[in-house]
Design a protein around this ligand. Structure first.
Ligand code: UDP
Length: 267
C-alpha cells in the first residue's frame, strides 16, 4: 500500500471502468457458497457483466487477461480426478448455479474475446484454497473447522462427511496463477492440490493439529454439494512446470498461527 506506484481503487466490476493496464487478474466474485448464494442474481451479474467489462477493458488496452475460474465448472463430477478436458456435470437451475454457470459463461466470454478479437487470455480453474488471512466468517470448511477448534466449539460436518475435497495452500495458488499469466498457453489450467480428503478426515486432522478435545457435530448438507473433487494437474505440471508444495498438515499449522492472533488467542 505504501509503494508510490501502487493505486487501490474501490469499484464494482458490474459497472464499466476506464483504466490503463497491461495485465488483468480478474478475481472479482464471491467464492464461498454462503456468500454467493446470499445474493445470487448479483453473483451471476458479477460473473457475466463483470467479466464482460474487464474483457472490454483488456481489449481497449490490449492487455493480457486472466480469468479466475473454478473447479465448480465440473459440478458434481462424473470423471475423477477431473481433467481440463472434462465438460462437467452442472445443474443449471440449482442454488449453486449462479456461481457454477456464472463462471462457465465467464470462461465462454473469455474464449470468444480471444477468438473474435485476438485478445491474449488465460484461464485458471482454482480448486479449494485456504490459508492465513482468510476471512474468519468466510464460511468454508477449512476456516470453519480451524476457527471452531480454536474456540472449543464443535466442528460442523455437513452431510455424512464422506464427500471429498482437495485443499491447496494459498501461496501455491498465487504461484500457479502467476505461472499461467506469464506463460504462453491460454489454458484452461487446473490449479489445485491433488491431496484428497473426506470432510471427516479433514475434521480429524484439524483436531490433531489444533485441538484434540474438539468434538464433531453433523449438520444437514446443502443442495447440489459435489460428492468428490480432485484435480488432475498434469497439464500445469508439464506445460508450466508448476506443482503445489505445501501439504495440508503444514498449511493448517500456518493458518492456525494467524487465526489465533486474529481471534485474540495469542500466537
Ligand atoms: N462443509 C462442512 N462443514 C462446514 C462447511 C462446509 O462439512 O462447516 C462441507 C461442505 O458441505 C462441502 C465441503 O465441506 O462438502 C466443502 O465446502 P466449502 O464451502 O468449503 O467449499 P465448496 O467446495 O463447497 O465450494
Amino acid at each position: 500500500m505504501g509503494k508510490p506506484n501502487f493505486e487501490l481503487i474501490r469499484h464494482d466490476v458490474v459497472e464499466r471502468v476506464l483504466l490503463e493496464v497491461d495485465q488483468i487478474y480478474h478475481l472479482a466474485c464471491p467464492a464461498s457458497p454462503i456468500h454467493y448464494k446470499y445474493n445470487p442474481i448479483k453473483t451471476s451479474k458479477t460473473s457475466f457483466l463483470g467479466t464482460m467489462n474487464m474483457l472490454g477493458l483488456a481489449k481497449r488496452c490490449r492487455a493480457r487477461f486472466l480469468i479466475s475460474s473454478t473447479s465448480e465448472v465440473y459440478g458434481d463430477p462424473l470423471q475423477h480426478p477431473q481433467e481440463e478436458t472434462y465438460w462437467g456435470n452442472v445443474n443449471p437451475v440449482g442454488e449453486r448455479s449462479c456461481y457454477d454457470e456464472g463462471k462457465r459463461v465467464a470462461e465462454t466470454l473469455t474464449m470468444d474475446y480471444h477468438r473474435e478479437h485476438g485478445l491474449e487470455v488465460r484461464i485458471v480453474r482454482i480448486f479449494n484454497t485456504y490459508g492465513p488471512r482468510m476471512a474468519l466468517d468466510d464460511g468454508r470448511v477449512v476456516s470453519n473447522f480451524v476457527a471452531q477448534a480454536l474456540k472449543n466449539e464443535p466442528l460442523t460436518v455437513y452431510g455424512d462427511g464422506t464427500q471429498t475435497r482437495s485443499f491447496q495452500f494459498v501461496t501455491d495458488l498465487v504461484k500457479g496463477m502467476v505461472a499461467v499469466m506469464d506463460g504462453a498457453h491460454v489454458g484452461p489450467f487446473n490449479i489445485g492440490n491433488p491431496g484428497e480428503f473426506t470432510m471427516l478426515e479433514l475434521a480429524n486432522l484439524v483436531k490433531e493439529v489444533v485441538n484434540p478435545k474438539a468434538t464433531i457435530e453433523f449438520r444437514e448438507n446443502t443442495s447440489d454439494d459435489p460428492s468428490r473433487r480432485r484435480p488432475n494437474i498434469t497439464k500445469a505440471k508439464e506445460i508450466l512446470g508448476w506443482e503445489p508444495k505445501v501439504a495440508l498438515r503444514d498449511g493448517l499449522a500456518m493458518m492456525v498461527q494467524d487465526f489465533k492472533k486474529r481471534l485474540g488467542l495469542g500466537a
